[in-house]
Design a protein around this ligand. Structure first.
Ligand SMILES: [Zn+2]
Ligand SMILES: [Zn+2]
Length: 389
């Protein structure tokens, strides 16, 4: 029976085995299921029973290519590494010193627990921790980014620092709980732009999960108008349902910059949140904003991109990059979700059992049946597949 010294458990209500099921990354693209010891929470950490985990485009990058995951200072292959980072679950054990959360409490989790001792962590920018990935051997700074630098969520249990936990209400489904960190990333993008003021105009480029959540969060913050651009009509339609005042299919619109300006009374917008990673998107974004406007780059582009620096300088345009979900933005996003200010579940399309992770990954990767967010759950008995519509 799982009973590490100094760790509080409640085996009557939440029995914890010594070993758990876990998917592990072998060679690129190869995931195998096996057994691992249930991890042990240290000081200021809890053990979370993972109830649901969503697949993210970044998981696919990691599984097939490696980066941005970094395990023991290098590529994540053949090290017994368990990927997966967008999970939620139930607190089932408390490490030493934890009284902020109770056993049985449902939580969504942030990905990054910074080292807590570097300059950026002290500023709340723990997703840009200067000790990123330094969590092993004699360089151990205690940094964790679950599913990136430490084991993640494609398994049954994981440890999380209490600073990464966001309590969620019982009414929120497991699937919606996995989307708190997605909405939190969108919130962080808007926070880093200086905080949106109601009535300011926003264009979101790219209707992936973060782009769609950026639309929802911008609208909930009072933005007007909110414009969404993309190539797929079905996703643009979901953007409308999440609050976009106008959508532009860039395949059908020869001059997307002119169209964004037209939709905002001939002026550019105050903010652009770039979520497409398209090579042309950065210049389009700086042309879409008005003078003094701000652009947040939230997508990881694959190639280097030439940028019209003269236009940026002449027009006093601000360019920001963000990584992940810093400054406790997930708590603000969860507050909107708890108040039902938008329905994040509109981007959840499929659920599979944890044992069927390879199928779930195929759905996410090949966008089978227009998949957007595909979730796997350890505790579904049968191959239950939920279509959103
Ligand atoms: Zn992600
Ligand atoms: Zn740090």
């Amino acid at each position: 029976m799982y009973a590490p010294p100094g760790v509080k458990t409640n085996h009557n209500e939440f029995p914890i085995p010594d070993m758990m099921k876990a998917w592990m990354l072998g060679d690129p693209g190869q995931l195998g299921i096996g057994q691992k010891p249930v991890p042990v929470p240290k000081k200021a950490e809890v053990l979370v029973r993972i109830d649901a985990v969503a697949i993210c485009a970044t998981d696919l990058e990691i599984i097939y290519h490696g980066p941005p995951a970094m395990i023991q200072g290098g590529l994540p292959f053949n090290k017994g590494f368990t990927p997966g980072h967008e999970y939620m679950g139930t607190v089932v054990a408390l490490g030493p010193g934890v009284d902020e959360y109770d056993i049985g409490q449902r939580v969504a989790v942030e990905i990054h627990a910074g080292c807590g001792q570097c300059k950026r962590c002290r500023e709340g920018m723990y997703t840009a921790c200067h000790n990123y990935g330094l969590n092993y051997g004699d360089v151990d700074k205690g940094h964790r980014a679950n599913g990136f630098t430490t084991d993640g969520g494609f398994c049954e249990y994981q440890v999380n620092n209490i600073n990464t936990l966001v309590a969620i209400p019982d009414e929120m489904s497991d699937e919606e709980g996995t989307l708190v960190v997605t909405a939190g990333t969108a919130m962080y993008a808007l926070t880093e732009l200086g905080g949106l003021v109601a009535g300011e105009s926003v264009c979101v480029t790219g209707p992936g999960p973060i782009g769609l959540m950026a639309v929802a969060v911008a609208k909930a913050l009072g933005a007007q108008p909110v414009i969404l651009t993309g190539t797929r009509d079905n996703r643009l339609q979901i953007g409308k349902e999440l609050g976009a005042d106008a959508v532009i299919n860039i395949r059908k619109t020869p001059d997307v910059v002119a169209e964004v300006k037209r939709l905002n009374g001939g002026r550019g917008v105050d903010y652009v949140v770039e979520c497409s990673a398209a090579a042309s998107a950065v210049n389009e974004a700086v042309y879409m904003v008005n003078r003094g406007g701000k652009v947040c780059l939230a997508a990881f582009a694959h190639e280097q991109v030439p940028v019209d620096v003269a236009h940026i300088a002449r027009n006093n345009i601000y360019l920001y990059g963000i990584r992940g979900e810093g400054k406790s933005a997930t708590h603000r996003a969860e507050a909107f979700m708890q108040q039902k200010r938008f329905d994040a579940t509109k981007i959840h399309t499929h659920t599979f059992p944890l044992d069927d992770l390879p199928t779930a990954i195929r759905y996410a990767k090949d966008r089978v049946e227009d998949a957007i967010k595909v979730v796997v759950k350890a505790n579904t008995d049968s191959a239950q597949k939920v279509a959103a519509e």
